[in-house]
Design a protein around this ligand. Sequence first.
Ligand SMILES: [Zn+2]
Length: 111
Amino acid sequence: MTTKIEKSRRMELRWEVGNRQLPEIPLKRPHGSYCMAHACFNCRKSFKQAYSEAEATCPQCARKLHDMGRSFKAPKANDAEQWEKVKPLWLAGFRFFSYRSYPAQNLSRSG
Ligand SMILES: [Zn+2]
């Protein structure tokens, strides 16, 4: 068995020679690689976009998109009453996520 001191000595030799290679650590993204629903309250549309550190903008009006959560189902664009409910929920911090088989609250079906 190699002692800790011997391992340490070998490691320093490898550093000095320059053949010590560090393992590549993959960057961890907080939301994984799946797409999230982003809503534009101006256009009343939802766009699925991959997580990004940069602020998402609406492809139609170029205003800021709002991260709604993965389970958000957008109401129809002409359903102003439902969209009027979505914005205050988002402002209050509500996000649409499901947990296992329990679906998130879905405003587009709640009549
Ligand atoms: Zn828009």
